[in-house]
Design a protein around this ligand. Structure first.
Ligand SMILES: *Cc1c(COP(=O)(O)O)cnc(C)c1O
Length: 361
């Protein structure tokens, strides 16, 4: 399909063409069932096989230990901002948050409705161009958990370390970083991620939760946000986002086939390096994130001239490089290069940027 563009959207974002085609080929009749996955009862044997296989593949891909539950929920990462607090901020009703961008700020704000939130570190002082370094001594000894946002989608930064929180559970929003490289799940008590960045279509939210975290939800927790109930019911307390889970399963299998997350990391490092190396050598463009915190997934850059940024985005769109405009809150440009962005897309983008630089020097 040569009419496909290189789509640098931050989310919902590109999906592997092969999988879109596979899904299309079985859209109306899945595996001889005579119906679409969209039309199936979530309680049917054929669907149960789909969701169980998706979970098994994700477990294998991320090497998720047996004492963790994997949930496929709805409501996006934003619903989890509240759910995290309702499920886990229930012992001392206190939690520590590290604010490294807009989403972690929103997570903290939402949690503050349910208990005492302490912002133990923030990178707001430099417009979130870095990730704060937190030491064990910064953490409140009575915090029910510490919350981080692993990859900052809007500002293009990523944690290059796992905060040492000792016995205090570490919870991470990994919406835009999950599956980008291997992650030691055992270092986290809870990991959650909306699917629409690096997993599949919007509508599914993956929650990976250590079993000992379950059983402490506040009594007023809405049942669909109650991880204990969802875990007991294997994500089927109510109707799960069935089609999205099916597609996520295709993505998990595809990544396993391609060599898993070690292989993804290699490709992702190659793609990001290509773009950052050019940005560092360019006289026109400049990367905005500090070097040691640069995201592999979201590459943010500016020319320093808002009109020129606008011109760049317009010309890029015409040339088939779409959705390069930075988040509305920060301006500039952002190239989101999740797993599904081929190396070729980044190569061609860099060529295009070089030509643009020449013309606009
Ligand atoms: C996109 C994103 C969110 C918001 O996700 P929704 O699914 O829209 O709720 C939260 N956190 C991070 C890190 C994100 O990238």
């Amino acid at each position: 399909m040569s009419d496909r563009v290189f789509n640098f959207s931050a989310g919902p974002s590109m999906l592997p063409l092969e999988l879109l085609e596979k899904a299309a080929s079985e859209l109306c009749n899945y595996n001889g069932s005579g119906m679409s996955v969209m039309e199936m009862s979530h309680r049917s044997a054929v669907y149960e096989e789909i969701i169980h296989a998706a979970e098994a593949s994700l477990r294998k891909l991320m090497n998720i230990p047996d004492n963790y539950k994997v949930l496929f929920l709805q409501g996006g990462a934003t619903a989890q901002f509240a759910a995290i607090a309702m499920n886990f901020m229930t012992k001392n009703k206190k939690a520590d948050y590290i604010v490294s961008g807009q989403f972690s700020g929103k997570a903290a704000e939402e949690a503050a409705k349910y208990g005492e939130v302490k912002i133990i570190a923030s990178s707001k002082d430099k417009n979130f161009t870095y990730v704060p370094k937190v030491e064990k001594s910064d953490i409140s000894p009575d915090a029910d958990y510490v919350h981080i946002c692993y990859n900052n989608t809007i500002f293009g930064t990523v944690y290059n370390y796992v905060p040492d929180t000792g016995d205090i559970p570490l919870i991470a929003d990994m919406s835009s970083g999950i599956l980008s490289r291997p992650i030691d799940v055992s270092k986290y008590a809870v990991i959650y991620a909306g699917a629409q960045k690096n997993i599949g279509p919007a509508g599914v939210t993956v929650v990976i939760v250590r079993e000992d975290m379950l059983g402490f939800a506040a009594p007023e927790t809405p049942v669909i946000l109650n991880y204990t109930v969802q875990a007991k019911n294997e994500s089927m307390y109510n109707t799960p986002p069935t089609y999205g889970i099916y597609f996520a399963g295709l993505v998990f299998d595809y990544l396993l086939e391609k060599g898993g997350l070690e292989a993804m990391e290699k490709i992702n490092v190659t793609k990001a390096k290509m773009l950052y190396d050019y940005l560092d050598s360019s006289k026109l463009f400049k990367a905005t994130a500090e070097k040691e915190h640069r995201s592999l997934m979201n590459v943010c850059f500016v020319t320093g001239d808002a009109d020129l940024d606008k011109k760049f985005c317009a010309e890029a769109t015409k040339a088939g490089f779409v959705n390069l405009k930075g988040h509305r809150s920060v301006g500039g440009m952002r190239a989101s290069i999740y797993n599904a962005m081929p190396v070729e897309g980044v190569e061609k983008l860099v060529e295009f940027m070089k030509a643009f630089e020449k013309e606009n020097a």
